[in-house]
Ligand binder design. Structure first.
Ligand SMILES: Nc1nc2c(ncn2[C@@H]2O[C@H](COP(=O)(O)OP(=O)(O)OP(=O)(O)O)[C@@H](O)[C@H]2O)c(=O)[nH]1
Ligand SMILES: [Mg+2]
Length: 459
């Protein structure tokens, strides 16, 4: 663990965003952090102060006063990194901040690499790898759902799941390894029936985690929603109504929207990327309109959710046909009947009563668009974010869990084929290896550097 280059250095970085602000926080971490701060902060001897204390005073380089600051003191091991940490809150001038950082470097600190504070926290056992990665996710979170998923992992929810899986497997693996020591005597310490049961349970838990990734992706990256329909169905009107602004041009001329228009909204803590598209009709002689239609179909295929919007004057057969087309393509979709103000709500509902799940709205009059929003959220979340289950949002974790799944299957096949203990134990070790990679119990330096390099500097 100690092989990390520059491990003993004291590091410094701006922890707040660069640029002018009310305050800027400069963070120092490492065995010389307090000594370095002491040379710049003559008002008090910080090494004699208790941990978790705040000190106001002037920051000086020789006789030159740089700023009046607040120094926060965290002594090892009770700090974010597990090392001595000093946070200097200075005034939010980039010039002042630069001066302070340079002064720290002159006194022996070095500039931190991206994510190095969190990397040190990991190396000191303050966080495991999954938790550390969730710190980056929390910083990047822009909705309630992504915040919640990241916090769940930071607080150890996911790590607990993994620890449980690992420990149960390790216990069993120990028994199998013991059998190997007594291989002459042909004994079985590890009850194969119990082992079957264990593998079954571990597989179920792993499957649950793997399956949550689809939702995790939605939470992390938002949901792309293609608004699809015939020309004049009211797609652009719906976009404007959902956004509450006149974003797209609306007209009674079919083929108004030529190119796709994308806008983002937050509904109930989930980010939706709405894509208004060119209306789709069977034939068009207009080259630009045809190109627009191509694009619409492309967007429809890529979207996480398709809103198919139609005029209530459409025939029932046509909508049924669309519905089966979407189902055949395995799209996630909602059928939206528009212009109920023109046809009358009751008439429209009566007309389409044989087709399930239609949302009836008037985009122009903003009628029932709230219901549509609710249905959009339900459709993608299916109630899952409200539960306290772990949701995988990180692709690295997902791929490792897929490997866990695979090796669990191999263990099961091994049991089915009455494989000898030594071969079983190879599969078990591989499974443990992948589980350990997620939390960082098993890892290599290059991988760690890669993971943390994606963080911002100062975190
Ligand atoms: N009565 C009524 N008219 C609507 C409603 N929604 C849209 N319209 C009208 O329908 C016409 C077409 O609306 P758009 O929003 O431009 O339709 P579009 O689907 O974007 O059409 P293209 O871009 O041409 O594919 C406009 O005249 C709208 O005012 C509605 O809920 N009720
Ligand atoms: Mg339009």
């Amino acid at each position: 663990m100690n092989k990390l280059t520059g491990w003993d250095d004291t590091i410094v970085a701006l922890a707040t965003p660069p640029g002018i602000g009310a305050i800027g926080v400069i963070r120092l971490s490492g065995s010389n952090a307090i000594a370095i701060a002491n040379t710049l902060f003559p008002s008090r001897n910080l090494s004699e102060q208790p941990s978790h204390s705040l000190h106001v005073g002037f920051l000086k380089e020789g006789d030159k006063v740089m700023d009046e600051v607040v120094v926060s003191l965290f002594k090892a091991p009770k700090s974010y990194t597990g090392e001595d940490v000093i946070e200097i809150s200075c005034h939010g001038s980039p010039y002042v901040q630069q001066q302070v950082i340079e002064a720290c470097i002159k006194k022996g600190a070095r500039l931190a690499r991206p994510g190095e504070f969190t990397q040190r926290a990991f190396l000191h056992g303050k966080l495991d790898l999954a938790q550390a990665e969730a710190v980056a996710d929390l910083i990047a979170s822009n909705t309630a759902a992504s915040q919640k998923a990241a916090l769940h992992t930071i607080r150890g929810g996911f790590s607990e799941n993994l620890k449980d899986l690992r420990e149960r497997l390790i216990r069993f693996s120990a028994l199998i390894e013991l059998e190997l020591d007594f291989s002459q005597e042909d004994v079985e310490f590890a009850d194969r029936n119990q082992f079957y049961q264990l593998i079954k349970e571990l597989t179920a838990s792993t499957n649950q985690l793997v399956n949550s990734f689809k939702l995790g992706n939605v939470i992390k990256n938002g949901v792309s929603v293609a608004i699809i329909g015939k020309p004049n169905a009211g797609k652009s009107t719906l976009l404007n109504s959902l956004l509450n602004e006149n974003r797209a041009i609306v007209s009674d001329i079919p083929g108004t929207t030529r190119d796709t228009i994308e806008e983002v909204i937050n509904i109930d803590g989930v980010l939706f990327r709405l894509i208004d598209t060119a209306g789709i009709r069977k034939h068009s002689n207009d080259v630009i309109e045809s190109a627009g239609m191509e694009r619409s179909l492309e967007k429809m295929k890529q979207a996480d959710l398709v809103l198919y919007i139609f005029d209530t004057a459409e025939t029932i057969e046509e909508i049924k046909e669309k519905k089966s087309e979407f189902e055949k393509q395995q799209l996630t979709y909602l059928l939206v009947a528009n212009k109920i103000d023109a046809s009358g709500e009751a008439n429209a509902k009566e007309k389409f009563c044989n087709i399930e799940g239609i949302v009836f709205i008037s985009a122009k009059q903003n009628l029932h668009t709230e219901v549509l929003k609710e249905r959009m959220v339900d459709k993608v979340l299916q109630g899952q974010v409200q539960t306290e289950n772990t949701i995988i949002t990180n692709a690295r974790h997902y791929h490792a869990l897929k490997e866990v799944q695979k090796s669990l299957l191999e263990i099961k096949n091994g049991l089915d084929n009455k494989l000898p203990g030594d071969l079983l134990s190879l599969d078990i070790r591989r499974c443990l290896q992948y589980l350990g990679e997620i939390t960082g119990e098993i890892t290599n330096e290059d991988q760690l550097d890669y993971i943390f390099s994606k963080f911002c500097i100062g975190k």
